[in-house]
Ligand binder design. Structure first.
Ligand SMILES: Cc1cc2nc3c(=O)[nH]c(=O)nc-3n(C[C@H](O)[C@H](O)[C@H](O)COP(=O)(O)OP(=O)(O)OC[C@H]3O[C@@H](n4cnc5c(N)ncnc54)[C@H](O)[C@@H]3O)c2cc1C
Length: 490
């Protein structure tokens, strides 16, 4: 194909990673603008997949199904998705060389491991005389785009959100329109023509993702989004009650980019300005999307948060260790702490790969401030279990709960798991859904079954298999205040 006069490159390759869609996609839009022929690739990266602990992983299945849909959409537009299974660091430059592209286009990633991979790929491409072109796509503002008046990164959320809103222009949320214009190229020869590997070929098996009705891909994202559009006006009132359909459930789609953050932010802004009845809900939801940007920029500016406290003095805390701590950690993971809300929340993450935001805060606090266990152990457990696991948000959430983060929960503020239960699951509906063994308990007793004087230790309707609380909250609270106050003078 002759080089068009408007084209910067003859041939380009778009590398999809956590942006599994072909609409409103910064890198794809730019490649189609810049190059006469554009190939598309996704690599099931063995550097990531081989390190996964389990061969049934909802994320791998979600990605796989989303990739199949993306391929179909690209075919409908005249192209195809080349899907490889190997080490992205070597597969990508090899494919670029095989296709003889002038440039590789991709969207920015902010995680340290991804940055190291991208730097290695870019260096190899450059050595081979090819360009690495990368774009902001998964956030509205990134890196140094929002700084304080003193030119420093924000570490407190509210002024960050105020600056985010003040700086926002229509162009920040405008669609990065994908116009194929006949430029999407079909595969040529060799690797590029191989069919998409099946999950089984990559050593994985299906999970309960389909039973859970978590729809993958762009079509799944649109379904979930459409459902939420009807509810956004009630978001601020409903979002804290795990038994209600309050939040959007879009986190997995944002994680894998099956929907564009710009589309979501645009929608929230439109509702906020056009519908007074729904404005409060839309504003609150938009604020959650800003939290997402906030934690990405924290990770960018403070990569030490991976593995260490944002505030270094918190690394001096002496966490519980040894056999008792291990047993308590196992009880937390397996949902047998004897605190129904904690156990129901852990059942939710274990059975579905999702946990409601209020419960993420409560179980994280319980692990750190009731059991005295290092937040990093909880962070790692969430990282392994959450389908929407995102390093920046997960680390931010854990450090918030542990009080070691930027703009975190004050160290002396300790959630009472029973009070939280009474407040946010007043009728015990969520508890009953995930702990059916407690279903027959009354609305009052379900939050703290051991406190029911009518039943005695093991009697009444209580499930004799349900454990007593592994720690007494008041005693644990006092121990935590001592634990944390010890570092305050350090
Ligand atoms: C300990 C802990 C761990 C967490 N781990 C993750 C994680 O691994 N991945 C993840 O996406 N979120 C994480 N969160 C944030 C939040 O709990 C989830 O984003 C939310 O529950 C996802 O459900 P939703 O899509 O229905 O949220 P909605 O309430 O509908 O919010 C919309 C979107 O805003 C973003 N968002 C909401 N709250 C936050 C937040 N506090 N920080 C950053 N982004 C936010 C998410 O992208 C979310 O999908 C964590 C929070 C805590 C306290």
């Amino acid at each position: 194909m002759p080089l068009e006069t408007t084209s910067v490159h003859h041939r380009a390759l778009v590398w999809f990673r956590r942006d599994l869609r072909c609409d409103d996609h910064a890198a794809l839009a730019a490649a189609l603008r810049d190059a006469a022929q554009v190939w598309c690739v996704f690599v099931f990266d063995r550097e990531i997949l081989d390190a996964l602990a389990e061969r049934r992983d909802r994320r791998v299945e979600f990605i796989h199904d989303s990739v199949v849909e993306l391929d179909a959409a690209l075919r409908a537009a005249g192209g195809r998705l080349i899907v490889l299974h190997g080490q992205a660091r070597s597969e990508l430059p090899r494919l670029a060389s095989q296709l003889e592209v002038d440039a590789v286009y991709a969207n920015h990633d902010y995680e340290p491991a991804a940055l190291s991979r991208d730097a290695a790929v870019a260096a190899t491409l450059e050595r081979d005389g090819r360009q690495w072109c990368s774009f902001k796509d998964q956030v509205i503002f990134e890196k140094d785009e929002l700084l304080t008046g003193a030119g420093r990164p924000y570490t407190v959320f509210t002024p960050y959100r105020n600056a985010w809103r003040k700086r926002l222009l229509d162009s920040d949320t405008a669609e990065r329109a994908v116009r194929p214009r006949g430029r999407l190229a079909p595969p040529t020869a060799g690797t590029a023509q191989r069919p998409i590997p099946t999950l089984e070929q990559m050593g994985f098996a299906r999970t309960n993702l389909r039973e859970l009705k978590i729809p993958p891909g762009m079509s799944g994202a649109t379904r979930v989004f459409d459902d939420f559009r009807e509810r956004i006006g009630r978001y601020h009132q409903a979002r804290d009650y795990p038994a209600l359909r309050g939040p959007s459930y879009l986190s997995v789609h944002l994680r894998f980019g099956t929907i564009s953050i710009r589309r979501l932010a645009r929608f929230a802004l439109e509702v906020e300005s056009a519908d007074p009845m729904a404005a409060d809900g839309a504003r609150t939801w938009l604020s959650e999307l800003v939290w997402r940007d906030f934690y990405f920029q924290i990770l960018h500016h403070h990569p030490h948060v991976v593995g260490r406290a944002f505030r270094p003095e918190y690394d001096l805390i002496r966490w519980e260790s040894g056999a008792l701590a291990d047993e308590r950690f196992a009880a937390w993971c397996e949902g047998r702490t004897g605190y129904p809300l904690i156990d129901a929340a852990m059942a939710q993450i274990n059975q579905t790969g999702y946990m409601h935001n209020r419960l993420r805060m409560v179980v994280a606090s319980f692990l750190v401030k009731d059991l005295g266990i290092d937040w990093r152990r909880g962070e790692a457990y969430f990282a392994a279990r959450l389908t929407d696991f995102d390093l920046a948000a997960n680390n931010g959430g854990w450090q918030w709960a542990a009080s070691s983060g930027c703009d975190a929960q004050p160290w002396f503020r300790i959630f009472n798991p029973v009070t939280q239960s009474r407040k946010f699951d007043p009728q015990g509906k969520f508890i009953r859904r995930y702990l059916p063994r407690l279903a027959e308990l009354g609305d009052k007793e379900i939050h703290a079954p051991w406190q029911d004087p009518a039943r005695g230790a093991q009697g009444g309707r209580r499930d004799p298999g349900y454990p007593p609380p592994i720690v007494d909250h008041d005693t644990a609270r006092k121990a935590t205040l001592v634990r944390y106050s010890a570092i305050k003078g350090a």
